[in-house]
Design a protein around this ligand. Structure first.
Ligand code: PLP
Length: 408
């Protein structure tokens, strides 16, 4: 079996050895409760303080504005519910059509509870429809929440400008920056962002630790009601080892930011160019928009994403697909659909997301392995003949049921 090539860092990252090392003592000899009055606990509290400072440096904010949570999803939910509970007279939220489920799955639930939710669209490059955004902001709007970097395409929304527009209208602004933190510089003190979510396992800390940034002065009611931890903003005894790990990961992320935006970006660009040159009928989804440096989303038309993934997996390559057919849904990715990507392309979309641990050799290997996989799958596709799409393109799609691309 060849060595694993891990190109799925938007799904999760490896925990950095330096992070593991920083965490280890807090699983064993340094087990004190940070709330305890004796030094054995107080010394742990001091380490949490240091981790908070390191995390705030990554975010460009004050340490007291950092609230440790259990994950990005908790931070997102905490932001939504704080906005609604602190402004009971406001019954409207604004989100995008391309949010991660940590936000998007709240939408039907909120509607059931009687809230109005406006979903702002994107153009074919994945960029926000600005006029639609401004129109959606009303005096009844409690919260505008938009992801900073899209987890599927890496496309960036103009969060600073969006937060300013919301702020001018007296509307709270939250951003899910889970895929942005560590990839682009964040300087929250210089923005009008009120709340922001990040997740440790996307930046080489372990799974199960997140942060909610809460601008000083923003009204808040805790999502987790309990003890006085996190200055009363998140009850529950602190997950000390993971907080320490996140602090160390934040420090490493800052140190690696340059490598991420130069070498990793060059690797991503080489991967994209290599594949789109070697294989016909491809498209880079979001390629024309500002993006984080590590992510590419490429459609290989007339084949099915899940089948590509199987081919890649047998060569030891980890990536992910934008088609959800095998998960029991008949719909391809809601993000690609919102961008108007045709079904034949959306079905064959593959996301590859790199990190500072990837190498040029790995990129060259993937460029070598890919073309025969696509050629083999196209040979079997009813929509492909010889070296191009078959003449008869009429087909059933996922939308109409009985999808002929993926066989569902
Ligand atoms: N938001 C975005 C944009 C994500 O990509 C993810 C994870 O994939 C989450 C939120 C959820 O983060 P967590 O896994 O820490 O709950």
């Amino acid at each position: 079996m060849s060595r694993l090539i891990y190109f799925d860092n938007n799904a999760t990252t490896s925990t950095a050895p330096e992070v593991v090392e920083a965490m280890l003592p807090f699983f064993s000899r340094r087990y004190g409760n940070p709330s305890s009055m004796y030094p054995f606990g107080g010394e742990v509290a001091a380490e949490i303080k240091a981790a908070r400072e390191k995390t705030s440096a990554l975010l460009g904010c004050e340490p007291r504005e950092v609230v440790f949570t259990s994950c990005g999803t908790e931070s997102d939910n905490a932001a939504i519910w704080a906005a609604l509970r602190t402004q009971p007279d406001k019954k409207h939220l604004v989100v995008s059509r391309v949010e991660h489920p940590a936000i998007a799955a709240n939408v039907p639930f909120l509607r059931k509870l009687g809230y109005r939710v406006t979903e702002v669209g994107v153009d074919e490059k994945g960029e926000l429809l600005w006029d639609q955004y401004l129109e959606a902001l009303t005096p009844d709007t409690a919260l505008a929440t938009f992801l900073w970097a899209n987890n599927e395409t890496g496309v960036l929304f103009p969060i600073e400008k969006m937060a300013e527009a919301a702020h001018d209208r007296g509307i709270l602004f939250h951003t899910d920056a889970v895929q942005a933190a560590g990839k682009i510089p964040l300087d929250l003190a210089g923005t009008k962002v009120d709340m922001l979510s990040i997740s440790g396992h996307k930046l080489h800390a372990p799974k199960g630790i997140g942060v909610l940034y809460l601008r000083r002065g923003v009204k808040f009611t805790p999502f987790m009601i309990g003890g006085h931890q996190e200055s009363g903003r998140r009850g529950g005894t602190e997950n000390v080892p993971y907080i320490i790990g996140l602090g160390r990961a934040a420090e490493l992320s800052l140190a690696n930011m340059r490598d991420e935006n130069t070498r990793v970006k060059e690797l991503r660009d080489r991967l994209e160019k290599g594949l789109t040159t070697a294989i016909t009928h491809t498209r880079v989804n979001g390629g024309g928009a500002p993006r984080v440096p590590n992510t590419t989303n490429i459609s290989f038309e007339y084949v099915e994403g899940e089948a590509i993934l199987l081919g890649l997996a047998s060569a030891g390559i980890c990536a992910s697909s934008g088609s959800a057919c095998t998960s029991g849904s008949l719909e391809p990715s809601h993000v690609l659909r919102a961008m108007g990507v045709p079904f034949t392309a959306a079905h064959g979309s593959i996301r590859m997301s790199l990190s500072v641990h990837n190498t040029a050799e790995e990129v060259e290997r993937v460029i070598e392995v890919f073309p025969p996989i696509i050629a083999r799958l196209r040979e079997m596709s009813p929509f492909w003949k010889g070296d191009g799409p078959a003449e008869d393109q009429a087909m059933l799609t996922c939308e109409t049921g009985g999808c002929q691309v993926c066989g569902v």
